[in-house]
Every structure is written in C-alpha cells, then in structure tokens.
Write a protein that binds this ligand. Sequence first.
Ligand SMILES: *[C@@H]1O[C@H](CO)[C@@H](O)[C@H](O)[C@H]1NC(C)=O
Ligand SMILES: *[C@@H]1O[C@H](CO)[C@@H](O)[C@H](O)[C@H]1NC(C)=O
Ligand SMILES: *[C@@H]1O[C@H](CO)[C@@H](O)[C@H](O)[C@H]1NC(C)=O
Ligand SMILES: *[C@@H]1O[C@H](CO)[C@@H](O)[C@H](O)[C@H]1NC(C)=O
Length: 505
Amino acid sequence: MYNIVIFYVTVFIFSICTAVNDYSYLINTTQCTIPNLPAFYHSWNNYTPSYPISCSSFEPVSYITVERDVVTLHIRTEVIQKQFGNSDDNTCCYSVISRHGSVDYPDVGYVFSSYCRSFKNSARLYDDTVVVLCHNSTEDTTNGYPSNFWYSNIHQVVRRTPNLVRKAELLKESSRKKPISVLIVVIDAVSRLNFIRTMPKTRDFVTQNGFHEFRGYNKIDDNTFPNAMAFFSGMNQNQSVDICQPWTLDGLNNCPLIWYDYRDLGYITAYAEDWSDIATFNYLKKGFKVPPTDYYFKPYMDSLRFLRTEIQDGMPFCAGPESQGDRMLNLAFDFAKNMKGLPSFGVFWMNTFSHNVITTPKTMDDKVKQLFQRLKSVGVLDESVVILISDHGIRFGEILNTTRGYYEVRLPMNYISLPHWFKERYPDETRNFLDNTKVLTSTYDMYMTLQDLLVLSGTDYKVKSSRACPKCKSIFAKIPNERSCSDAGISNKWCTCNLDLDMDK
Ligand SMILES: *[C@@H]1O[C@H](CO)[C@@H](O)[C@H](O)[C@H]1NC(C)=O
Ligand SMILES: *[C@@H]1O[C@H](CO)[C@@H](O)[C@H](O)[C@H]1NC(C)=O
Ligand SMILES: *[C@@H]1O[C@H](CO)[C@@H](O)[C@H](O)[C@H]1NC(C)=O
Ligand SMILES: *[C@@H]1O[C@H](CO)[C@@H](O)[C@H](O)[C@H]1NC(C)=O
C-alpha cells in the first residue's frame, strides 16, 4: 500500500519536473534556444515599489463630451462648490491652443489664442485643443487672461471631420476587401517578464480577451529611435540616418514611414506620444516639419508644460490634475471609438510611467487594464487589430548587471489581438499567426506585418522587403521554425539565442 503511494508520489513529482523542463525554453530549435526565465526572482522583493501619485485632490473641474459632431466643454460646479463653498464667486474661461514651432524647430511649441473666453457651466467647442482657467470672478481680466487662476487644465478633443470621413469612406468603397483598422498601444521599456511582474491585471485581461503573446519577440537595437524606425520603416539605425536624415528640417516628412502609406491610401491616422521632451522623433532630432498623421497630438503634449508637472521616479507623471499616462489612454480610446466603422491607423506611445524605473508600470496597471476593457465594451476589439507592445526592456538600473537583465532588455512584450471576422475570413493567416507566437520574431517582422495588413485590406499597396532584414516576414506568413537571429535581422549584440551565460549572475 505504502509502496504504491510512494510510487504515485514519485511519478507525480517526476511529472512536475518534466513539465517544468518542457517549458524551460521560450524557443527551442536547432537554430535558437532562449531560456524561459520565471518572471519573479529573488531580489525583485528588494525593489521599492512605486506608488501612484495622485495628480489632484479633487476631480478635475472641467471636462469634455463629444456627441456626434457636438463637442461641449463642461464645468463641474459641484466640485467648485465643494472646494469653495460658493461657486458664484468663480468663473472659468477657455482659450484655443495651436501648434507653433520656431523656424528651426517647427515641431516643438504651442501658442494660446489672445483672449480667454469666459463661460458659465458649459460652452460648445469648435476647436480641438483648449486650455481652461478658473479664477475669482472679481479679478480684472481686461488684458484677456486671468493671472490668479486656481485651476488650469488642457483638453484634447478627437472628433470626426467631414474631410477625413470622406477619404475613409472612399477607401471602404474602392478596396477589394474590408479594410483592417490597426490600433497600436506602446508602453516604452517593458520586457515581457516585467509586464508579467508589474501589470498582472492588464495581462490577465488581455490574454483572457483574445490577445496572443509573441514569446520570442526580440528587439533589433539599443534604444527607442532605431527600434521605432525598424517597426515603422524596416530600416536599421544607419539606413534611417542616411535615408531620413532626422537632423534636417524636412527629413522625417520625406521618410518611408508606414503611417504615410496608411494615410495616403485613405486610412485616418493618428500619432501621440507623451513626455514630449524626449519624444522619439524630436529628442536630438528635428521632428516633423508638417504633422505626419491626420491627428497629431504633439502640440497638445507640448502645451502640458504650461500645467504643473509632478515627477514620479524621474518621469513627468502628472500634467496638472491628470497624469500624462491617463491623457494618452484617453486619446487612444477616443480615437479608436470615434473612428469606429472607418479604416484607421493609430499609434499611442507612452513613456511617463515606464521609461526610467522597472517598478513604475505597476502604478498604471489598473488604468491600462481599463483601456482594454473600454475598447472591448465599445466593440473595438471586434473590429480592429490591436497591438500592445514595447520597444525594448528597461535600460536603467541594477537589473542590467544580471543575466536576467541581459535577456529582459532584449525581449520586449508583444501582445496582439485579431478580431473574430478576421479569423473567419483569413484562417491560413490566423494559423500562421498562432504558430509564430512560438518562434523567434523581430521588430522588422512587425514592419512586414503592418505592410501585410494593407495588402489584406485590399488596397493596391505593394509590399517592400525590409531594407535591414530582407528575410523578415509578416507574422501572418509562415515563418520558418528553424530561424536564426541573422534570419530575423538581429545582430549578435542583441541576439538572445544560444547564449551560454551564468544564470546565477
Ligand atoms: C529542446 O529540443 C531538443 C531537440 O529537439 C530536445 O532534445 C530537448 O528535449 C528540448 N528541450 C526542452 C526542454 O524542451
Ligand atoms: C473673491 O474675491 C472677493 C473680493 O476680493 C472675496 O471677497 C472672495 O472671498 C473671493 N472668493 C474666493 C472664492 O476666493
Ligand atoms: C553603421 O555605421 C557605423 C559608422 O559608420 C558603422 O561603424 C557600423 O558598422 C554601421 N552599422 C551597421 C549595422 O551597418
Ligand atoms: C554594474 O556593475 C558595475 C561594476 O560592478 C557598477 O560599477 C555599476 O554601477 C553597476 N551598474 C548598475 C546599473 O547597477
């Protein structure tokens, strides 16, 4: 009897060990093995957790609603009442914000209109970026602006415009297939493993709602710019510099970035990035002379400097009463929701809660989860391809001195969801997609994927091979299982395959 129990216990323990071994590689082929490190590790417990800082002790006094083409700016008088006991003494005004760069840096800067227009309770808005100031109504504002305002906030509207609707409808009518909308949400510097550690609620939600994890997703260069260029243009750093000359005034406007193809083929396009001081295309570069996408939120993000900035872990977390991260999540949601039913391509790139410190993504786990819940509830996940991705792992801190850090910085998270109608219409592509979640992939494959989506959308787009990785493929194509780093355009320096590293370090 006891012998039998011991036998079963032994078999059971043996099976557990075998099971663990089965999963001890992320990738295990003759060309590439990558160990499957557990997400949690001993010294993780020693990191001081980051706590979300509150950007305001009271609910924002102003907010915006969009009902079809009617946009209204509202004041929460009850909040004023609560703060001051009497809302009659107070008045608010708004003014319009526009893009306003210098001759040398046309992509950086904003300007307020000359007059701050007073309003009570609500006002209909015809402009899309506004600053709201609230002040004591006895204050003299004859010069156009109050100077002693006790509340300030900036709002960005994302509304349909007739021209863009016309362009997108035209694409719907002319394309041979249903155009596929694409929504890309980037959280900078988050490895797959750090996503598991710091954003468990978001991860649970997305994986339970149709997102698939690309476990062998490997970056191709060090920091954001080259990885972003690889993603949007299929070029490496040197090619990007040669061909796009990002240090010249017109360079990035005349650069083969995929969002220009989407825009020119009739998609409604958007690009937003927070922490505008280090923005990907502006940091030590010239940025865009003219807006690169139909909706371009750089002026909005620049204007946030007018508001009080509160720093968390070295990042400009709060911009006035709302965090920059919240503002980005709202932009992504508003864009996806308001363009629903029309072909759209939106990129929302966030840095302010992830860029510097390995623990900070935790502070936004609830909020990021809410974005995906909201996208689901308005049907965006049923309509669009949605990508939740990072460019690289954390590039600062002690973890870089460990073997784990060596892997993590090279293996960013990449989660992708396909709408049901796509899976039904494209079973072969869907099968390849699922197979490819388990093979080595790189940033250049994502560029091929974004091109493939244009082809699958029935446009006349002609796929170009990636300049830096001619063998790279769309994740909807059959990628060979037996794939090496060089097949995927990953140089030895960034390759995570076949390493013989000291795992105790
Ligand atoms: C990795 O692949 C090799 C060759 O197919 C196989 O012998 C080995 O058992 C695999 N290891 C794991 C842990 O799956
Ligand atoms: C506004 O100013 C008036 C006159 O200075 C003052 O009596 C009143 O208390 C102020 N109200 C608020 C809410 O600060
Ligand atoms: C990029 O250019 C630098 C400087 O000219 C050169 O040293 C380096 O090898 C080039 N890298 C690649 C990937 O071509
Ligand atoms: C990594 O280790 C080196 C040498 O021990 C040390 O000088 C450096 O400060 C460490 N870097 C980090 C980020 O901890």
